[in-house]
Design a binder for this molecule. Sequence first.
Ligand SMILES: CC(C)(COP(=O)(O)OP(=O)(O)OC[C@H]1O[C@@H](n2cnc3c(N)ncnc32)[C@H](O)[C@@H]1OP(=O)(O)O)[C@@H](O)C(=O)NCCC(=O)NCCS
Length: 161
Amino acid sequence: MGGHTIEAETPNVTLREVNVKNLEAILALKVAEPQQGFVAPNTKSIAQAHFFPEAWFRAVYNTEQPVGFLMLHDEHLRPEPREQGYYFLWRLMVDESSQGLGIGRLAVEALVAHVQTRPKATRLLTSCKQGPGSPEGFYLKLGFVPMGTSSEGELELQLSL
Ligand SMILES: CC(C)(COP(=O)(O)OP(=O)(O)OC[C@H]1O[C@@H](n2cnc3c(N)ncnc32)[C@H](O)[C@@H]1OP(=O)(O)O)[C@@H](O)C(=O)NCCC(=O)NCCS
């Protein structure tokens, strides 16, 4: 019996620069309503990036479709780094319509590959709020290890590179 197994296609995820052509599409990406307290809108992130030399941001593509956004705090982009080897995943979002397909995982893996090209990269840090809708379980699945809670009550996590 030669049957076909129907398998979900592995997404083809790349990180690409935000530019005048894809800006509107990136700004239109949204997380689900209960997730909105966990990440800033992309409008805010891209505006902030303009004023922070340490901000490195990219659109997340699945094949030729923009489906997400991430922003890294790369201290070594500053003219005078205040801390050696400081890399912090500052923003990450996948559009509601493209979640649950493995895109978030592949985007973080692509980010890790980028960070590994940067000076003194030994770990990637992040933090998140906890509670219903939190990405905590996502980070744990990717191998991030909880390090404690910040003064603002966010869970701090670390991935060894
Ligand atoms: C968190 C987020 C980026 C995950 O993106 P995604 O593309 O849906 O994630 P993936 O499909 O790659 O999931 C990878 C794994 O994590 C799991 N996972 C995803 N979100 C999860 C969650 N909130 N809690 C627990 N597990 C989760 C998936 O089930 C999957 O598990 P598997 O490998 O066993 O199948 C996305 O849900 C999102 O944009 N959330 C809102 C914004 C946000 O919270 N950003 C982080 C700010 S700190």
